[in-house]
Design a protein around this ligand. Structure first.
Ligand code: 13P
Length: 325
């Protein structure tokens, strides 16, 4: 079969799946929530897309009965913790987060015993059990504000060391105790990749996610969450940007800014877990109502406290219902 025919067939197949998903979504009163790293075709069917904070906020506001979460486990888990009355579905159960797996509640308890009187801040890229052991959660877009909001001077920050280090540089009056976790996708960006790409695209600005290595962050003109990247690019008078984060970001950046150009510093910026979700799995998810993400009540209560406290820092309260999603 020639490639042109293959592409046409694939397009036809995807269009049929999109129609099926749209019908099922109505009949289930479902909302499709999509992270910025998802495949292009999944971003195309999103009712809401955004960064981790925006998606947690959206999960709180929705009045749909079912949330189909196109992201990874910890994201769907957070939606379920914030919305115990709703069915939260993750289309592919294996879509995990290696960073979240770099810490366990037992290891965190041991760390807390080492530093009594410290506050514990957990990045949302963590399990519900780890959240339940923490005082407050944070995302990459509110980590600085969350740490600043604490009365404690000493802060155990888990599990991403690069984000923790970046927060420390912005909040020097706190003493941040780091955890040795990292995102295997973001650490693939090397200093040389950024320098090489900048040499080719001389006028381009470098925008980096705070999960990147410190040497990469030192080369960045702007450091922010995935959601922050959209706002920054839209406002910028510049026309070219080097984007140091997962490749899925380029879909919406390019769509919203057709007159601007975006480059990845390396082609290896692909999170295999994020890419597990396909249109076929979303259709199956709605058809069979799988895979439901539930958190046991004893864990959920503690984890919700950490998430609620985070949302309060950014002016959001769980339980509020705003229709329209
Ligand atoms: P954002 O909250 O910036 O979208 O980051 C999510 C994430 O998991 C980065 O690896």
């Amino acid at each position: 079969m020639n490639t042109e025919k293959q592409n046409k067939d694939e397009l036809k197949y995807n269009e049929a799946l999109k129609k099926k998903i749209s019908k099922l979504k109505k009949s289930r009163n479902a909302v499709i929530i999509v992270h910025n790293y998802q495949r292009d075709e999944i971003q195309e069917i999103a009712d809401i897309s955004g960064d981790s904070l925006a998606l947690s906020q959206a999960a709180v506001r929705t009045d749909a009965d079912v949330i189909v979460f196109c992201g990874v486990q910890f994201m769907a888990e957070s939606a379920s913790i914030l919305n115990p009355g709703k069915k939260v579905l993750l289309p592919v159960m294996e879509a995990g987060c290696p960073l979240a797996d770099m810490i366990t509640p037992e290891k965190l308890r041991a760390k807390k015993a080492q530093y009594p009187g410290s506050a514990v801040v957990c990045y949302v890229n963590s399990s519900a059990e780890v959240k339940a052991e923490s005082d407050i959660a944070c995302t990459s877009s509110n980590a600085i504000a969350v740490v600043r909001s604490l009365k404690e001077k000493k802060v155990i920050f888990v599990p991403d060391k690069n984000l923790g280090r970046y927060v420390q540089s912005q909040v020097p009056d706190k003493e941040i105790i780091l955890w040795e976790g990292f995102c295997p996708t973001h650490i693939r960006v090397q200093e040389e990749d950024v320098i090489k790409t900048k040499n080719i695209h001389k006028g381009a600005e470098v925008i980096a996610h705070p999960e990147c290595n410190p040497e990469v962050l030192a080369l960045a003109d702007h450091i922010c969450s995935t959601g922050g990247m959209f706002t920054y690019v839209k406002k910028s008078p510049l026309k070219e940007f080097i984007i140091a984060t997962e490749s899925g970001m380029l879909y919406k950046l390019q769509k919203d800014n057709p007159d601007k150009k975006f480059y990845l510093p390396t082609p290896h910026l692909v999170c295999a877990n994020m890419k597990l979700i396909t249109l076929g799995w979303v259709a199956q998810s709605l058809e069979k109502m799988v895979y439901e993400i539930k958190v046991a009540d004893d864990v959920r209560t503690g984890a919700k406290k950490a998430l609620d406290r985070m949302l309060a820092v950014t002016g959001e309260k769980s339980g509020a219902v705003i229709s329209g999603y």
